[in-house]
Design a protein. Structure first.
Ligand SMILES: Cc1cc2nc3c(=O)[nH]c(=O)nc-3n(C[C@H](O)[C@H](O)[C@H](O)COP(=O)(O)OP(=O)(O)OC[C@H]3O[C@@H](n4cnc5c(N)ncnc54)[C@H](O)[C@@H]3O)c2cc1C
Ligand code: FES
Length: 270
């Protein structure tokens, strides 16, 4: 696969899409990132601020790619606040990608963890029968419902939104809805990306029924390409060996769902 150099390639923001009051999608032209595999990420340099790992979002325009960013700390707020015409640096793509399975597929995402799952939707076969669960705290934080339905237009599919406060869609935790679905339907594969506690439960539920499951892991990333060690996840490096791991491996990794390293490299509990 083609790759931007490991020095940032400068791209200009061409469009900004408001997804929610705290989430925006920034669209830019870059052939390499427009073609990445589902689950791959880029390192994004926000000039004068920092560099952050970001999953690569799809764009419906040829040759274009996008990042969907939630404003949080200084760097993500800097990225979120960029306007059309302003520049960022991108390098990558890095990381592995989801394994494409066929049949009855269940995707479970929360927050910006939906980004790699939306890209995965664009790689599925028209014959796949797909259920996407979108988990959110409340109605004003729900995004990507429309684009998911558009991408899956020709598939047998359901996009189910689950809000914790019940303000939209089904009420409760997305993993409760997953449990209900598993009691009625036999899935061929499960994919998940989002908060690690959520993914831990998703992997447990899928594995308890012997369903193949893959999760995309987030860890602190500085180099993004296996040099600095800041993304260590047990014995492996999330940026180089992941970010996608299967359920069998995840259960052998004692950090999964419990601990991660902070910016100083110190283990912290979730
Ligand atoms: C592979 C990968 C893909 C990601 N994709 C997206 C995405 O599509 N959209 C999105 O909004 N966010 C994404 N993130 C999270 C994003 O990189 C930042 O962690 C987040 O935006 C907060 O950064 P901050 O510096 O503003 O926050 P801060 O307040 O400085 O930090 C808050 C927390 O963010 C995390 N964080 C900060 N810097 C990094 C870093 N360099 N690497 C990893 N985690 C960090 C840490 O858990 C930290 O405690 C992704 C992370 C990874 C590892
Ligand atoms: S981020 Fe440097 S080794 Fe993974």
């Amino acid at each position: 696969m083609q790759r931007n150099f490991d020095n940032p390639t400068i791209v200009k923001i061409e469009k900004v899409i408001e997804e929610t009051p705290t989430v925006r999608t920034l669209v830019f032209s870059n052939k390499v990132l427009s073609d990445v595999l589902p689950g791959q990420f880029a390192m994004v340099w926000i000039p004068g601020i920092n560099e952050l790992p970001m999953s690569v979002m799809v764009s419906n325009e040829k040759g274009k790619a996008a990042f969907t960013v939630r404003k949080h700390g200084i760097a993500s707020t800097g990225l979120y606040s960029l306007k059309v015409g302003e520049q960022i640096g991108v390098r990558g793509p890095y990381g592995n990608s989801f394994t494409l399975k066929q049949g009855k597929l269940l995707l479970v995402g929360g927050g910006t963890g939906l980004v790699p799952l939306i890209r995965l939707l664009t790689f599925l076969k028209k014959s796949d029968d797909v259920i996407l669960l979108i988990g959110s705290k409340s109605k004003n934080e729900v995004f990507f419902e429309k684009i998911a339905n558009q991408i899956l237009e020709q598939n047998k599919h359901m996009v189910i939104v689950v809000t914790e406060d019940g303000s939209y869609g089904k009420a409760g935790l997305v993993t409760q809805t997953m449990e209900d679905l598993l009691s009625k339907t036999k899935f061929d594969a499960v994919y998940t990306c989002g908060p690690e506690k959520m993914m831990h439960k998703v992997v447990q539920l899928a594995s308890s029924q012997n369903i193949q499951v893959e999760a995309s892991i987030e860890r602190m990333m500085k180099c993004g390409m296996g040099i600095c060690g800041s993304c260590c996840f047990g014995e492996v490096l999330a940026c180089r060996d992941g970010t996608i791991f299967d359920g069998k491996y995840l259960f052998s990794n004692k950090e999964f769902g419990y601990t991660h390293r902070n910016k100083a490299g110190i283990l912290e509990n979730y």
